[in-house]
Design a protein around this ligand. Sequence first.
Ligand code: BGC
Length: 756
Amino acid sequence: MPDSAGPGQPPAAPHQRVDVSALSLEQKASLLSGRDFWSTKALPEAGIGSVVMTDGPHGVRLQTGDADHLGLNRSAPATCFPPAVAVGSSWDPDVARRLGAAVGEEARALGVGVVLGPGVNIKRSPLCGRNFEYYSEDPLLSGRLGAAHVAGLQERGVGASVKHFAANNQETERMRISADVDERTLREIYLAAFEHIVRTAAPATVMCSYNRINGVYSSQNPWLLTTVLREEWGFTGAVVSDWGAVADRVAALEAGLDLQMPGNGGLGDAEVVQAVRDGRVDEAVVDAGAARAAALAGLAREPEGGIDVDAHHRLARELAAGCAVLLKNDAVLPLDGPQRLLVVGEFAVAPRFQGGGSSHISPTRVDLPLEAVRALAAECGGAVEYRQGFSLDGGKDSQALLIAAAAAAEGCDVAVVFAGLADQDESEGVDRTGIDLPAAQVGVIRAVAAAAPRTVVVLSNGGVVSLEGWHDEVDAILEGWLLGQAGGGALADLLFGVTNPSGRLAETIPLRLQDTPSYLNFPGELGHVRYGEGVMVGYRGFETAGRRVRYPFGHGLSYTTFSTSALTAAPTGPDSAVVSVRVTNTGTRAGGHVVQCYVAAGDGPVRRPERELRAFAKVFLEPGEEREIRLELDRRAFAFWDTPAGGWRVAGGRYRIQIGESAAWIVAEAGLQLDGDRPDTALDLDSTLGEWLSHPAVGPVLRQALAALAPGGTGDAGADLLEMISSMPMGRFLNFTGAAVPREQLEQLMALSRRA
Ligand code: BGC
């Protein structure tokens, strides 16, 4: 059976319809905000229960004591699975789905009805402080992984809250910044992942973002919350505010925001009641919002108790191993045989495995990389020494630590340096100001690499870090991102080849921060951030500008090798195609490979990125095994958002279907001719003379009419003249020529153009 990746049928949303017509205005309004920080209000007399919502999304953050949304206070122990930054690099919807399902099981056990997430905002800049909570710089990858997470969670009867809707791509001024984005960019880049998830996975809730979009708060943006989300995409769940995102409760309700969180003692509800009494708001608007908020009560539950903590820890380790990305490997990994290993770096004993802020989970346990490395080294008869190398809080003599690590490196076979970003280096609420590793760590990496025969660097970081200044001095780099509580074990599995690395970069690693497409417009000024790079975000920008990067989007190595062959692409209609490609594991180990299918659009009415990821599939193959992979490319794989027309449009013409090892390395290409959409042929007085003359039905007639008018016919000079004035709108041409073409004839030609 060939693998295939196509859109599925949306499952029913996990909530019920509730009739609120018998309730009083006050009762209905009371349903529109939370009871407290984490739960909705119950109306027992109407059979409406209270539902508990908590963060995640890579674990359950149920606070039983003091509540906060900044990750400050304790929460009940729960398995901390890999955060989104890691899941993004898995390129594996199965990882996201299994993770979502496991979080769903833990939520049920704790009596939680909605787990807030996944976060599917696009990584517009490597500096965004919350990039560790987001999947990718690419909307297709983000959307597919987000949909799988939602499906897994909701299959367990727990609701998701897809966030932060929308254009929340930075932390600077996050509660009031206006993201100034043109509509094509919004549709193609910043809304696309949400759209896919809403259409295919029916999330119980969508959480609106704090920021404004083009001057209007997301929380009170009718275009966003009603026109696009409900009317165009068919969302039937409840819109929940981000915690504290509501500025004007009445405007928010009218825009389509159902549930204000957290509760504010009924203040917002009273404003709604007053607005109805004053005749400023139609009660039907309250009814609709209250019904959607009340429907969440279908997710209310009592704690069911008991999860298999060990099984979930094992799952967390397995999933994490599928997420890390082997960036570089000059024949040093996997580690095997009885080697003398030197482990360096505080992260080996105090691992960084999740980010700070609202998604912070209290783990059930934590794997220490050093212990996991020791256990696997012992199985190979090897020995492990450890040196701290650097101190994360700067509390010790860093020069002495460096010297001790370098001295130990001289006596080892392989040094493994665990480097990365500490908690204080990145967090919700603040953006980073640079992408360099702390200087002390760079110093240690270089000193160890100079002394050790071979050096491996293992990175733990939520946002991209630069590899410059030390990349060429080490033999291997394993990018572990933040891998969750079992990340230490997973990293050891990867280093020793217990698991074959199969992650691929979900975001570009640039040579310089200044090269990133959003650089000049991040994080904005005077309350506005202009998305000046348009659709050229991440690899779209790098590839289109031909700008070199350290490692491109999609890059990742394996301990085996794969070949790609027999690529075919055939139209399945005027605006869709099917692609088939054979993948073979040509190496000696079983491993996972990601088939990345990019579409390169030819010249068209709008500037397109050099190539765009339009389908992918992750396959696991035994040595020598081969598989045909079939990928459906639907209309959206070829479409651009036609802003003047207000819709998606597929231009007819030639497309190139490319299979890449990354966005920068294409290994197979096939051409494809598509008819595309029927062009809009209607002409009017604003259409240029050129458009009139090139119109298939009208052009010849008009040429004749003009030739007849010109003394002695148009001749060559006439043709040249027409060329020169071809950009002139017909109306203006008529003014200049004293109505060269009579009005009546023009009307006939316009009618003809509409029929063509
Ligand atoms: C964050 C959300 C989170 C909420 C509740 C907000 O500050 O932006 O992602 O779900 O708090 O903790």
